[in-house]
Design a protein around this ligand. Structure first.
Ligand code: SF4
Length: 374
């Protein structure tokens, strides 16, 4: 049971033609209604909505202030392994790429954590390729138990697991699950994932369901922009997030929209997304889901990230390294992709403050749970 059963109600081509048929009148209706329907989401993603970008941005800003205040939660990724059994065409860790790979020991992950802790981070995201031989459940539990002495919140962005494994991770101190479908277009999904366990579209699609059932406090989903038509991807992403909000109301749902960046292997995006289109997508998702978190990584340029702060972003990474050991011990390993914003966490925090927002390093403590549910 999961979103894979819900998604069969929506055909990619049909959603695409509904979006392309929207008129300026539909966009105005979508802008001025209180309760937005899926049809309004499609209107906000449509080509005519580009002429209403200023109004969309104003409304997105207003809604975000109402729901979240002027705060941006800061986090940083820790890459624990670049080993991978998959061959995703767009990824530097693709098993066919001849790169220097590494898997950190538990102590090395802790060292990486110490660097981030000293920089002020209290929320981290553990990232790895899909290689259970190198990164298995027991390893992840040991990493989590060690890191939770430093961090208030630890999320994972690793390969899909079953519910029991997720429960073990939660007991060990991991409270958030990030999993991107990459593309909701089944045909494209099969093309860019030619081999390896990741070929299983439905298993991946139902991962946030298993995470919600296991009890993760945060669920983060996303689509990799550049693989397919961003308007249709945005519609599926919005529908998926809204479904998760209905099903797992105890978990906070957030969405990411990473754009493809240069990576070892030299993959070129088939459907590039411009900055203006990225802004339209972000505003459309904010108007569709006022309570969802919107996450922006260092894949994006300094200039775009600065300008997006007031438009709906609620979480930002900073100072990121995308190679295992990149913060401390292994300067020789290669990263998953090139980042674009190279500023230090301190510089990013200063920019956020300068824009009238507060960078928040810690917005959660597991101790809260003990007080709420003795
Ligand atoms: S995207 Fe993930 S699963 Fe695919 S090759 Fe890269 S690390 Fe492996």
């Amino acid at each position: 049971m999961g979103f894979s059963e819900e998604i069969i109600r929506y055909r990619w081509d049909h959603i695409e033609s509904l979006i392309m048929d929207k008129t300026p009148y539909d966009v105005e209706q979508a802008l001025h209604t209180e309760q937005r329907s899926p049809d309004d989401l499609l209107a906000l993603l449509s080509p005519p909505a580009a002429d209403y970008l200023e109004e969309m941005a104003y409304l997105a800003h207003k809604l975000t202030i109402q729901r979240f205040g002027r705060v941006i939660q800061m986090y940083a990724p820790i890459y624990v392994s670049s080993e991978c059994t998959n061959s995703c065409l767009y990824c530097g860790f693709n098993r066919h790429n001849k790169i220097t790979r590494a898997t950190l020991t538990v102590d090395e992950v802790f060292e990486e954590g110490m660097v981030l802790y000293r920089q002020g981070f209290r929320h981290v995201l553990l990232v790895s390729g899909e290689s259970p031989r190198h990164v298995n459940l027991e390893y992840l539990c040991r990493v989590a138990e060690k890191l939770r002495t430093l961090f208030a919140s630890i999320s994972i962005e690793i390969y899909p697991m079953d519910i029991d494994s997720y429960r073990s991770l939660i007991i060990s101190g991991i409270d958030g699950l990030t999993i991107y479908q990459e593309t909701y277009n089944r045909k494209r999904y099969a093309e860019v994932h030619p081999a390896g366990p990741k070929r299983n579209y439905n298993w991946r699609l139902d991962t946030p369901d298993r995470g919600g059932q296991a009890g993760f406090r945060r669920l983060n989903i996303g689509t990799l922009l550049g693989l397919s038509d961003w308007r249709v991807e945005g519609a599926f992403l919005g529908l998926h997030a809204a479904y998760l909000m209905r099903q797992y109301w105890k978990s906070h749902i957030s969405v990411s929209f990473p754009r493809l960046r240069p990576a070892p292997g030299g993959y070129r995006p088939e459907s590039p997304v411009s900055d203006a289109q990225m802004v339209q997508l972000m505003c459309a998702l904010r108007l569709w889901m006022p309570d969802a978190g919107l996450v922006l990584s260092t894949r994006e340029s300094q200039e775009l990230r600065d300008n997006l702060v007031p438009l709906g972003i609620t979480q930002m990474s900073a100072g990121s390294k995308t190679a295992p050991g990149g913060y401390s011990s292994r300067p020789d390993t290669e990263g998953q992709f090139e980042i674009s914003d190279h500023r230090s966490p301190e510089e990013v925090a200063r920019m956020i403050t300068f824009r009238g927002y507060e960078p928040v390093w810690k917005d959660w403590d597991a101790a809260f749970l003990k007080h709420s549910f003795p």
